[in-house]
Design a protein around this ligand. Structure first.
Ligand code: PLP
Length: 431
């Protein structure tokens, strides 16, 4: 058994001064039980906890670490910048360099602005869309997460389209009343919604590939219909690429589906492990932002030079596409190796680019309401054993796993055997 004394002690201490001992709820291991590991350091594809246990990391800080932990080039660039100062509160050439780099890679991004998190990026993009269209209503999809700004903390209700069901205490109904929620993967619902509300809609927001409630890979036709309907009704399409941006490839989900969103939101990879978010898109829309236009948006640490240099170094390493192709190929082999051990069981593994998701049901769901809660419970039950075997998987069955460029073929082959064995055992119990 792993020693966890130190993590337990730290959790007890942290609990005294931090709610639940954590600064983001899923880190508390509530879904999977057991002791949340306090991390001491990360190196390449591995995490080391406070008790000295070593894990092959498939969480990768929830997506930013496409190059792995402490990539030497990113570390060197960050160190060099830190010695020149960590924040100036004034503009730097680095911001322009990262902006120009992203605009050079992503067709839809003509102009971009940096913020400090994905939540902030989405919050700002929505305000901008409302300012631009002079409309208030927004549409999101059940199972898509877009950060924790008030008007996006909504859940679906019992009808096909529902308005203003806050999913968190502290969010007034009046704020979510302007947010509609539809199920994913339903053309009919989409057409009906647009026919009724399209002309009141400021923006529709969707995750590039929904990856916060399982991995719900959407059909190209569905995404194209969404694009077309938004355009027809004068609403903006916001593609939330906080996870998919520079993860699916340099062009993200926009390239994957062959659509051009009006606005795109980023986070995670573009900060190379530092706190960064961004939103960008059509120049005519972006120029509504202050100081040019009337839509206010600001940030003390926005465009922080240390974060910019970490992001720039990361993206430059990805630019020739070799890392993405290698990751995709490794993930494909990794997933099919696991699946070859699982034939006949009621388990599936969704994989795209360097993302995979283990799901205890036969068919891969494309919409949140088709995910089986019992299946999620099975993932949660096997989590502790997998951790014990030295694999750090996200501590919730709804979360997806990530590969980094630091994961080697040998590490993945060994992990596939461990995972397939654990999944098979659990699937057997599941029937
Ligand atoms: C698609 C998506 N949008 C927005 C966010 C919010 O980003 P952050 O956690 O940086 O605020 C996340 C976070 O996981 C995300 O996955």
């Amino acid at each position: 058994m792993h020693k966890t004394e130190k993590s337990q002690q730290l959790l007890a201490l942290a609990n005294r001064v931090i709610p639940g001992g954590v600064n983001s709820p899923v880190r508390a291991f509530k879904s999977v039980g057991g002791v949340p590991r306090f991390i001491d350091r990360g190196e390449g594809s591995h995490l080391y906890d406070a008790d000295g246990n070593k894990y092959l990391d498939f969480c990768c800080s929830w997506g930013p670490l496409i190059l792995g932990h402490a990539d030497p080039d990113v570390v060197a660039a960050v160190k060099a910048q830190v010695e020149r100062g960590m924040t100036y509160g004034a503009t730097t050439e680095l911001e322009f360099q990262l902006a120009e780099f992203i605009a050079g890679q992503v067709d839809a991004v003509e102009k971009i602005r940096f913020v400090s998190s994905g939540t902030e990026a989405v919050m700002s993009a929505i305000r901008l869309a409302r300012g631009f269209t002079k409309r208030d209503l927004i549409l999101k999809f059940e199972g898509c997460y877009h950060g924790h700004s008030d008007y996006l903390l909504v859940k679906a209700g019992s009808g096909l389209v529902t308005f203003g069901n806050p999913s968190s205490a502290g969010v007034p109904d009046a704020i979510t009343a302007q947010t509609a929620v539809l199920p994913l993967d339903d053309e009919d619902a989409l057409e009906k919604f647009f026919a009724h509300y399209g002309d009141k809609l400021a923006a529709v927001i969707i995750e590039g590939i929904p990856a916060n409630n399982g991995l719900l890979i959407q059909r190209h036709d569905y995404m194209r219909l969404l694009r077309a309907l938004a355009e027809k009704h004068g609403a903006l399409l916001i593609l939330d690429e906080v996870i998919t941006g520079f993860r699916l490839g340099m062009g993200g989900a926009a390239t994957y589906y062959g659509i051009r969103p009006d606005l795109v939101t980023y986070g995670k990879i573009i900060g190379g492990g530092m706190p960064v978010g961004a939103f960008g898109g059509r120049a005519d829309v972006m120029d509504m932002l202050s100081p040019v236009g009337p839509v206010y948006q600001a940030g003390t640490l926005s465009g922080n030079p240390v974060a910019m240099v970490a992001g720039l170094t990361t993206l430059r390493k990805l630019a020739d596409g070799r890392i993405h192709s290698q990751l995709e190929e490794r993930n494909r082999r990794f997933v099919s190796s696991m699946m070859s051990h699982l034939s006949g069981s009621a388990v599936n593994i969704a994989g795209v680019a360097s993302i995979y998701w283990i799901v205890f049901q036969r068919d891969l769901p494309r919409a949140a309401q088709t995910i089986l809660a019992d299946g999620i419970a099975h993932y949660n039950r096997m989590h502790a054993g997998i951790l014990e075997a030295g694999l750090y998987l996200p501590p919730s069955g709804y979360e997806v796993c990530f590969l980094s460029a630091a994961h080697t073929d040998d590490q993945l082959a060994e992990a596939a055997t461990i995972l397939a064995k654990a999944i098979k055992k659990e699937a057997h119990a599941w029937g």
